[in-house]
Write a protein of this length. Sequence first.
Length: 349
Amino acid sequence: MISNHLSLDEAQISKTYVNILLEHMRNRAMADTDIFLSQLNVDKDSLIDDEGLMPMSKFVMILEEAAKYIGDENLGLHYYQHVDFRRLGIFGYVLLNSTTIGEALYFSSRYYCLFQQGMEYNLVVEDDIATLTYNITTKNCPKSRQDAEMTLMGAVTLIRFLYDGLWQPSAVHFSHEAPDDTSEHTKLLGSSVHFNKSFNCLFFEKKLLNAPVHNIDIQLKKSLTITMEQLLSINQEQLEEDWFHPFQEKIINSLENGVPKIDDIADKMYVSKRTLQRKLSNEGLSFLSVIESIRYKLASNYLSASEVLPQDIAIFLGYSDVSSFSRAFKRWTNMTPLEFRKKHRITPK
């Protein structure tokens, strides 16, 4: 069994989002969420603190499994249908008190990183077209259809609430494959919805950005944005002081070519091998133990939160074949990869 499962510095997301999901399951599908969480071996008490964070991979797993549990393959599209944006706390209040749609989307893209890590959420304007793009960037977490559809639909829902309840984007791109039935996508997002694209994007006319938002509290917005900027500054300082996360990312990005050497990772971090070894020693870690822990955590994340095949996971983790990966995984968990996946997934209704 692997001794240190916590050395992987995972991307996090606010627990608010999983609690909104659980509320949706109870209110819209009459689901027993206690049973649901127990089937996924998730401790419900760990989700009580709405202001806390949880691993993004766990959220994605819960979201994907929730779609199967309540029999709604379009759960991501429906997630925000009945959400009051104030439920998102200070973030939601900032969005609702923006002076224009453009300001709301700017605040959304600027502050989203405070509530979800390991992703890109950008507003770009070129000529007369505006694009809102969302993608999971961390390899610690598999990409998720439900997460992508939830996030883009959340932006659409916000615009409809602030501007026009019948508004539709000019086009929508999703990076995942098209589901068998796309009628709900057409119904909610319009006729120009495309799949298997490079990025998850909303396209719309630039002039929408100037549309005013009415009945806002300007003083509240000013106060909240000051707070958000302070939080953003603290977050940036923490990122600048962090060396372990980029260290892990460089290992992860190297794994497909096999187990990297410490000299190569040190070079990529622009430090000496001795300096890197000292930093690891100060944390009570060794280079190989970190690699082992990263491989374990990535494997468990992909097995529990995606349908990626074990042979593809093996390649991603730098194993020569799936048998080598399976032996390592059984050494870590006393289970084969497929046994582990079965234990952490729910059979569709």
